[in-house]
Design a protein around this ligand. Structure first.
Ligand code: ASP
Length: 418
């Protein structure tokens, strides 16, 4: 097994704290001239953050491709692939349904929009366009694999890796065990991920600093109840729903799970991107949580793409909130429609920062809710995005553990090993 650098989690936390303090100091005081502040913002926070993000993203496609191909090509029984797929997709839909239903229910009881009176912002930037369910499905089957690689189309890459792995599996006796090459390449890329992770404390210092120095933290005042409620729901879902699922379906200790998930959670928090976090989630699930490598290499990239419980929670609550501040009463039938729509569209939501807002636009349009109201949510969305991305990837890892356990190939000693 490849070793991770010592004290990494502690150093990442220090990086986060330091980035937060330095950026807050620069944002809230006039101790330094503006030119100096701008320089730090541009050439330390922005530049450092972008380089770190680029390096992480650089790993995603090759890592997913090599790990999935090496996994599938070494499967002795291809039937397990079908059962892994069904369980994975089923569990993802199940957890997302729980997530959005819970946020709708709590949102309609507590009514975070009830006392809101500030009105809509006068102008909002142009809103992103979503991808239809039809396109999402058809794009799983790429017509050009290089285009899929270049455009980071995760589901298309997963599909191609699977069929390529199957073909390799069937021809190993003719190709002098060519699949070994993929196994080795996978090991090399894992090593690369760990080398990049070594720089994570500096990377997160820049990412958090770039966020704080741009906007400060005053933006929350207006929609304080919404923010507080959303954070509580996200924490509840991560700490309770996942814990119950882990205990009930996989007989695993949630405490150990979350202890071992510290690194991917911190990465997701600082990058706001499940996709950029794939390398770290893959490493943690397969090396620390004992999830079988074949299962992890399928469940994690698929999950990063289609499983977004944190995002669904935000969408449910934001929809209710916007309906409330606009004085629109939603019917029970509409609530059910929102659940279905949020689950369906979350599949097509890209695993990148703020992508959840795109899906929110689709939901609001569907129910004729005022799109301008998104401006209120957008102002506070960046930091909430960090939190919900952490929930999104925790959901992926939870499902990976459950699927691996149900397939009988979860390494329980590895899971409990410190
Ligand atoms: N940033 C989220 C993710 O990558 C998606 C979103 O909710 O905006 O998982």
């Amino acid at each position: 097994m490849i070793e991770t650098p010592k004290n990494l989690t502690r150093n990442i936390l220090l990086g986060l704290l330091l980035g937060f303090l330095v950026a807050s100091f620069l944002y809230y005081t006039n101790f330094f001239p503006t030119t100096f502040k701008n320089f730090i913002q541009e050439y330390i926070f922005n530049l450092g953050g972008d380089i770190f993000l680029n390096l992480l993203k650089l790993m995603v496609v090759p890592l997913v491709f090599f790990s999935l191909v090496s996994g599938i090509s070494s499967l002795s029984d291809m039937r397990s692939l079908g059962s892994i797929t069904i369980k994975t997709v089923g569990l993802y839909l199940f957890t997302t349904t729980i997530a959005v239903s819970m946020s709708l229910l709590v949102g309609s009881i507590i009514q975070p929009g009830a006392g809101y009176s500030s009105g809509y912002p006068s102008s909002i930037e142009s809103l992103p366009q979503g991808q239809s369910l039809y396109d999402t499905i058809v794009n799983i089957f790429p017509k050009n694999i290089f285009q899929a690689f270049v455009e980071n189309q995760m589901l298309a890459i997963v599909f191609f890796s699977i069929i390529f792995g199957i073909a390799l599996n069937k021809t190993n006796h003719l190709t002098d065990n060519f699949s070994n090459a993929f196994e080795r390449l996978n090991t090399v890329f894992m090593q690369l991920v760990i080398m990049i992770m070594t720089f994570a404390p500096i990377g997160v210092f820049c990412l958090i600093g770039r966020f704080v120095i741009a906007d400060g933290l005053d933006i929350f005042q207006d929609v304080f109840v919404y923010v507080l409620l959303l954070i509580s729901l996200l924490l509840f879902h991560a700490l309770f729903t996942y814990s119950i699922l882990l205990r009930y379906f996989a007989k695993l200790s949630p405490l150990t799970f979350f202890k071992k998930m510290r690194e991917p959670i911190l990465f997701a928090f600082s990058t706001s991107s499940s996709a950029a976090t794939i390398p770290v989630t893959l490493k943690t699930t397969s090396q620390d949580l004992g999830v079988n490598k074949n299962v992890a290499s399928f469940v994690v990239p698929v999950g990063a793409t289609i499983n977004m419980d944190g995002t669904a929670i935000m969408q449910g609550l934001a929809t209710v909130f916007i309906a409330q501040i606009s004085g629109i009463d939603l019917t029970l039938f509409q609530y059910i429609q929102i659940v279905l729509l949020a689950v369906a569209t979350s599949i097509g939501t890209a695993a990148v920062p703020s992508a959840g807002i795109i899906t929110l636009v689709i939901i609001l349009q569907q129910f004729n809710l005022p799109l301008e109201a998104i401006g209120i949510i957008l102002a506070v969305d960046r930091v909430l995005d960090m939190l919900r991305t952490s929930v999104n990837i925790s959901g992926d890892a939870t499902v990976a553990c459950i699927v691996s356990s149900s397939e009988g190939n979860l390494d329980r000693d590895q899971f409990t090993y410190k």
